[in-house]
Design a protein around this ligand. Structure first.
Ligand SMILES: Cc1cc2nc3c(=O)[nH]c(=O)nc-3n(C[C@H](O)[C@H](O)[C@H](O)COP(=O)(O)O)c2cc1C
Length: 338
């Protein structure tokens, strides 16, 4: 019997597949269906700090400005209040989900300022959340702000969350950091129980006819997994925090790679949005079949086996592989035909 179980932030999960924050987990029905199809934990969509800071007064004031207010703001604020169920609906969803399912329920907060959301994080804990994922999605466009300042803010957010909560705190980060390994160690030292790698950066497109900046959201492609594999493999064994992979996990092979790189869990959203929830069953069956065929008894046995310090060729994760990769292209079809 193959043991698919894994531990994530001290939580015992029946397998390494977690439904990541997003529309898959925004209602009780969907969360129950995810559990029925075999998911091991759910992360609720993020509630934004801005939603918590909007009190009814500011909404009223905005609406009161009427025609003088920009069309964006009058529609934006009320929308924001309701987005992802809004602060009150969100806590209710945690409570209901905790009563209805046995898999861990992880709340997600998107906060950028140290004090904006901590009370709400406590409310999530009280509502029964098994852990909190801090989805720190800040786009630093101010040229005066340095990388050191930005990273220090992240550490501070994690420290404050750690001090105020008893449940584990995961941090979801993007890959736009110049020294990811050092940054991850800083998050670890600040008390993060897990580092979730990596948030996708939703780049807007330009409409050159209408001269507008157009928001765009595309689902992920499995090729996005490699960036995550690389950094998880490098960090495995160097941080105490668990490592979670999000971005490009579409198949059982992707789950296996994620675990072998050193991930405690792999997360899915796009693949399930594209293929429907029965895809979970396919991935789990393929995972067991592959492990059986390759004589692995447990996820624990596979974890980190291809991480940098266990890989037969640790240099494959370093600069000395760079030249090799570039030169390997030249060995393919010649660009100029003779
Ligand atoms: C429609 C949509 C909504 C999302 N909402 C959130 C969110 O609220 N909070 C968050 O941390 N990530 C959110 N994500 C990101 C996913 O959790 C995940 O990290 C990302 O899609 C990469 O994983 P994937 O390749 O499995 O899709 C969202 C993704 C999608 C497609």
């Amino acid at each position: 019997m193959i043991d698919l179980s894994t531990k994530y932030m001290g939580l015992k999960l029946k397998n390494p597949i977690v439904a990541s924050a997003g529309p898959l987990c925004d209602s009780l029905d969907k969360i129950c269906a995810l559990e029925d199809h075999g998911v091991a934990a759910v992360v609720l969509p993020s509630l934004f700090e801005e939603q918590l800071n909007i009190d009814s007064e500011s909404v009223d004031a905005d609406l009161f400005r009427g025609s003088e207010a920009s069309p964006e703001s009058t529609t934006f604020l009320p929308d924001l209040l309701d987005y992802n169920l809004g602060p009150y609906g969100y806590l209710e969803l945690i409570r209901k989900a905790k009563r209805a399912v046995s898999v861990p329920v992880i709340g997600s907060l998107n906060g950028v300022s140290p004090s904006g959301w901590i009370q709400y994080a406590r409310d999530m804990e009280q509502a029964g959340a098994d852990a909190i994922e801090l989805n720190i999605y800040s786009l630093v466009s101010n040229p005066a702000r340095t990388a050191v300042q930005v990273e220090a803010d992240y550490y501070e957010l994690v420290r404050i969350a750690r001090e105020n909560l008893t449940i584990p705190v995961a941090v979801k980060i993007s890959h736009f950091f110049s020294a990811i390994a050092n940054f991850a160690c800083g998050l670890d030292a600040a008390g993060a129980s897990a580092i979730v790698m990596f948030n996708r950066f939703y780049q807007p497109d330009l409409d050159i006819e209408e001269l507008e900046v157009v928001p765009s959201l595309t689902l992920s492609h499995p090729s996005e997994l490699r960036l995550r594999l690389h950094w998880v493999a490098v960090l495995y064994g160097r941080v105490r925090a668990d490592l979670a992979i999000t971005g490009g996990v579409h198949s059982a092979h992707d789950v296996i790679k994620g675990v072998m790189a050193g991930g405690s869990v792999t997360m899915m959203t796009s693949a399930l949005l594209q293929n429907g929830l029965p895809h979970l069953g396919t991935v789990l069956r393929d995972l067991s079949a592959w492990m059986n065929e390759h004589e692995y008894e447990s996820i624990a046995q596979m974890r980190g086996s291809m991480s940098q310090h266990k890989a037969p060729n640790p240099g494959a994760y370093e600069r000395n592989n760079y030249m090799k990769v570039l030169s390997s292209y030249a060995l393919r079809k010649p660009i100029l035909q003779p």
